[in-house]
Design a protein around this ligand. Sequence first.
Ligand SMILES: Nc1ncnc2c1ncn2[C@@H]1O[C@H](COP(=O)(O)OP(=O)(O)O)[C@@H](O)[C@H]1O
Ligand SMILES: [Mg+2]
Length: 333
Amino acid sequence: MNHLKIGIIHNEPIPKGEPNWESSADVLVQVEAIEAALRDLGQPQVRIPFTRDLGSFVSQVKAAGIALAFNLCESVDEDPLLIGHPAAVLELLGIPFSGSSAMALLLSTDKLTIKRLLTASGLHTPAFFLYEGNEVLRPAGLNFPVILKPRYQDASIGIEQESVVENSADLLPRLEDLYARYGAILVEEYVAGREFNVSLFGYPKARVMPLAEIDFSGFPAELHRIVSYKAKWDEDSFEYHHTRRIFPDNLPEPLQQAMRHLAQDCFALFGLRDYARVDLRLDRHGRLTILEINANPCLSPDAGFSAAVAESKMSYTEMVGEFLRLVTRRVAL
Ligand SMILES: Nc1ncnc2c1ncn2[C@@H]1O[C@H](COP(=O)(O)OP(=O)(O)O)[C@@H](O)[C@H]1O
Ligand SMILES: [Mg+2]
């Protein structure tokens, strides 16, 4: 494997200061971390950005002569609907790459498709309806509070304290505002219980990494306990400093088992590969419910997936080495 040149494929982030630039810029943190790990592993490597300029991408790939790739693309030119397209191009070029296939990436970037597939498979996800701008608003069967989530966004983009709506009078104005910014919006029952992140590592079978929980215990009563955009990205915010990830060592065994099973079911259902993260919450009946499935979880050293791997006593470089083994094992190189 050592002689093979590895391409690190990434989307181009938007300039600092534009709306949501923080989450966009994070891809370069991942690029740098993977580069450093590959250097430690003695692997030749090259960065190749993926934009709508497909001709340029293909010629850079050909010129570099890469044998396999790390696919870190989270969008193409900020369009999350194109998340699967770099993977699709790599598939067409016959270049094996880390992480999920184009199909799995596309299916799981659409929160509506996620919920439809989960529901059809008997896996529990909060009740919801879809708002697309002009239908009559009758949240049939939904209990307040609800949370509003852009159908196609990720990284908590569009998720703010104001996204949690307590009553029907507030619903339409909030929806109109979010719809104007992000298009279709899921209106989902708000699940107030504990939040867990389950990281899955491997292919074709994944092992479940140590179970992580978001610790909201420092939140005052007036703040909704959600991992909003601020909580994820705004280092100056209260929420950023009070949504610590912890690895509780006292979770009841049946709950742990249920989380592992549920996450494995999601991994199989969406045909995920190598690395993935499933976000869960406990509802008021103590039942686990699936918030979303991340086919390309953030791989920054301080993000949930890497933190869970570190908790299992594996270093970041070892993790990247294992990713390489998973890719090479998929194809006879
Ligand atoms: N139904 C829900 N009930 C309570 N909190 C939710 C719900 N859906 C999302 N959240 C909160 O919003 C955060 C982001 O939502 P999520 O569905 O994971 O979208 P993203 O892809 O942006 O991470 C979650 O981590 C959680 O804190
Ligand atoms: Mg999430």
